[in-house]
Design a binder for this molecule. Structure first.
Ligand SMILES: [Zn+2]
Length: 108
């Protein structure tokens, strides 16, 4: 779960990605993992709760990678015309974490 490094508020990944959609060539970046990770780490996000700004590298890179995969796995996950993320990333991430835990339990 992504949290603001300054105030600790839980952040919505969809909202974070939407902030990134404003950059030039976003469409290309969102399709290339290496470019995405580099852009993500150096991108200045703004927390919607406290209004403070922070670099993407303050967030979990592992989670960012998963977000990238989710966005590319589902067709139409981004509405490019309106620069909106249509995917409920936070719910999918929670489900993913739950399944991983379940997987570990089963394999013991
Ligand atoms: Zn904050």
């Amino acid at each position: 779960m992504a949290k603001c490094p300054l105030c600790g508020a839980v952040l919505d990944w969809a909202e974070l990605i939407e902030q990134m959609l404003t950059i030039e060539g976003a469409e290309e970046v969102l399709q290339n993992k290496g470019m995405f990770m580099e852009t993500f780490e150096n991108f200045v996000f703004k927390c919607p709760k406290c209004g403070e700004e922070f670099y993407g590298r303050n967030l979990s890179g592992k989670e960012a990678e998963k977000v990238f995969e989710l966005l590319n796995e589902f067709k139409g996950s981004i509405d490019w015309e309106n620069r909106k993320v249509k995917l409920r990333i936070n719910s999918l991430l929670a489900l993913d974490t739950m399944l991983e835990g379940w997987d570990r339990k089963v394999k013991k």
